[in-house]
Design a protein around this ligand. Structure first.
Ligand code: ADP
Ligand code: ASP
Ligand code: MG
Length: 414
């Protein structure tokens, strides 16, 4: 019997629930989470739960790693940071058993969730459903450790910070679940981070495309890769508050039925960015290519790029990298200075990319001007600008980022 038929014939709907780090931070909160799960079981659904590490556990594990080594050994890093989720699944499962429910915890490797071998940022290749389905069939609630998997060689891997959302939606897709509920510490997706912009408005419904842009531009309420998976497999994702009663949350789906009220859908920010300015690159065919080829060969991710064109013999190229890649980037540029024909390399640290997101933004006259005016009125300097069909991003000093978000948000969402 095919797996799909197996699922359809024997079970009622499967629902995947995911609870983030702050939702499972203390025994009291775990208890509330257990009640949320029991509620879902009472709706006669088969429930698969994905959890994150408790509170700041992952950050603490990373700090402990730094106590013993200044380097990062990606394989060992993943063995360490995957521990946090394992603690949560055990506690939650025990708690549910205490309450009289059959619950079983599973680590990524026990399912297994098979990923590629890119440690610290692994991608899920496939998930074997059998073990989970067997437990569901036996009337168990299945509690899965988010964020972690195993590669074909048997190494433990992790999906990148915030990756438990991706575990949840990937499981929902693999198990053909009815929906995936992402429970967190805010009441849904807002037009900006409500902790920074108190006037931010909750979106009742948002399309996968818009959500993907918001998440990719730094709105960490959802891991961007979970939105991609939701879109690909058409899984409705509900973002809700764990602790608010009757939280309606936000539905992320393909059919955005919301009547367009605003020019933009949201404002997001991404901190800890640095800008590198490469001065005096010879103005001849292939020089810029060679520069970025060196970056690509060294696995350095580049974001915004600007190049000043002109009649001059020399030109400047500027680009941004994450601060975590800054040291490596400067080292690589120094090593290739001669071959790339570079005169000087400058860099600016602690920048933030603030973006506005909206479908067809580049077809709406005056949007960029309004955004820049908001910054000008707050006397905020812009270091770089980039635009696309769906967003406009500006680089500002990190110290100005919250002020910039509030000013821009006010301009567009009066
Ligand atoms: P979890 O631990 O549940 O995964 P996260 O901390 O990863 O939670 O994500 C939730 C946080 O995302 C919120 O507390 C909020 O500060 C932040 N956030 C950023 N942008 C947005 C947005 N547009 N809407 C809602 N929350 C946002
Ligand atoms: N615990 C991991 C992190 O802190 C994964 C997650 O919470 O989604 O990044
Ligand atoms: Mg998260």
């Amino acid at each position: 019997m095919s797996e799909k038929r197996y699922v359809e014939e024997f079970y009622m709907s499967i629902v995947v629930q995911k609870f983030g780090g702050s939702s499972v931070a203390t025994p009291e909160k775990l208890n509330q989470v257990a009640e949320k799960i029991i509620n879902e079981v009472k709706q006669k659904n088969q429930v698969v739960v994905v959890v994150s590490a408790q509170g700041k556990t992952t950050d603490k594990l990373i700090a402990e790693e730094k106590e013993v080594t200044s380097k990062i050994y990606p394989r060992e890093h993943d063995v360490l940071v995957s521990v946090g989720e394992q603690i949560t699944i055990s506690k939650l499962s025990s708690l549910l058993n205490d309450k009289g429910y059959r619950a079983t915890s599973l680590c990524g490797w026990q399912i297994p969730i098979i990923t590629n071998s890119e440690h610290m940022n692994s991608r899920i290749r496939y998930i074997k459903n059998e073990t989970i389905i067997d437990y569901l069939r036996g009337g168990h609630i299945v509690i899965v450790a988010g964020f972690q998997g195993i590669d074909e060689q048997g190494n433990i891997t992790t999906l990148g910070r915030g990756g438990s959302d991706t575990t949840a939606v990937a499981l929902a897709a693999s198990l053909k679940a009815e929906r995936c509920d992402i429970y967190t510490d805010v009441d849904g997706v807002f037009t900006a981070d409500p902790r920074i912009v108190p006037d931010a408005k909750k979106l009742d419904i948002v399309s996968y495309d818009e959500m993907l842009e918001l998440a990719s531009m730094g709105a960490k309420v959802l891991h961007n890769r979970c939105v991609e998976i939701g879109n690909k497999y058409n899984i409705p994702i509900f973002v809700k508050s764990t602790f608010m009663q009757n939280s309606m949350g936000t539905l992320v789906t393909s059919a955005n039925k919301q009547i367009e009220q605003f020019i933009i859908n949201g404002v997001a920010k991404d901190d800890y960015i640095s800008r590198i300015t490469v001065i005096g690159v010879t103005n001849k065919v292939g020089q810029t290519y060679k520069l970025f080829k060196v970056m690509a060969d060294n696995l350095i991710n580049i974001d915004v790029i600007t190049q000043n064109f002109g009649e001059t013999v020399k030109q400047n190229v500027a680009f941004t990298v994450k601060m975590t890649d800054l040291e490596k980037t400067l080292k690589v540029l120094e090593e290739h200075k001669k071959e790339l024909d570079i005169e000087q390399v400058l860099h600016t640290e602690n920048l933030c990319k603030v973006s506005i997101i909206g479908i067809g933004i580049n077809n709406k006259p005056g949007v960029a001007a309004s955004m820049f005016e908001a910054l000008y009125k707050e006397n905020i300097n812009m270091h770089m600008v980039s635009t696309s069909e769906i967003k406009i991003s500006v680089l500002v000093d990190m110290d100005d980022s919250a002020k910039a978000m509030r000013a821009i948000h006010k301009k567009f969402f009066k």
